[in-house]
Design a protein around this ligand. Structure first.
Ligand SMILES: [Zn+2]
Length: 147
């Protein structure tokens, strides 16, 4: 909502500079595409939402990635996985806004571009992700005993 203008701008300006810089615009497009797919799965009638959101914004502004209403009916009807992915996508877009996109949330290293291509909403680099997953596996195999 408030950073709508910024996101649009960011999309318009291509990669800002040298090699080091992650080309956000490419991942922005991937995120928006994925987000569109997710949102289309369960809510068949987008007009209904448009009508409920009578915010006076121009039509088409629904396309802004930072606006995902996590309390809305269509969001709550999504499968857990899709919901989580939408949240990840929203946060990824938010991170672009703050200039921290593509950085692992755990070790703060840059996430492999290959990984971002496949999973533009990734929060963790490959090694942190697999570390986390194996930790979770251990928890599942050896659950904390109930008292
Ligand atoms: Zn990491």
């Amino acid at each position: 909502m408030h950073n709508q203008g910024t996101m649009t701008q960011m999309k318009r300006h291509k990669a800002l500079s040298p090699a080091e810089r992650v080309d956000y615009s490419k991942y922005y497009d991937l995120l928006m595409k994925r987000r569109g797919e997710l949102l289309d799965i369960d809510h068949r009638d987008e007009r209904e939402i448009d009508q409920r959101q009578t915010t006076g914004e121009a039509p088409g502004d629904l396309g802004d990635g930072s606006v995902i209403d996590t309390n809305s009916d269509y969001f709550l009807q999504l499968a857990d996985r899709d919901r989580q992915e939408l949240i990840d996508i929203r946060d990824a877009l938010e991170k672009m806004h703050h200039g921290t996109y593509g950085v692992c949330e755990n070790c703060k290293k840059r996430i492999d571009p290959e990984r971002l291509n496949r999973m533009p909403h990734a929060r963790l680099c490959m090694s942190c992700q697999s570390a986390r997953e194996s930790r979770e596996r251990v928890y599942r195999l050896h659950p904390t005993p109930k008292l």
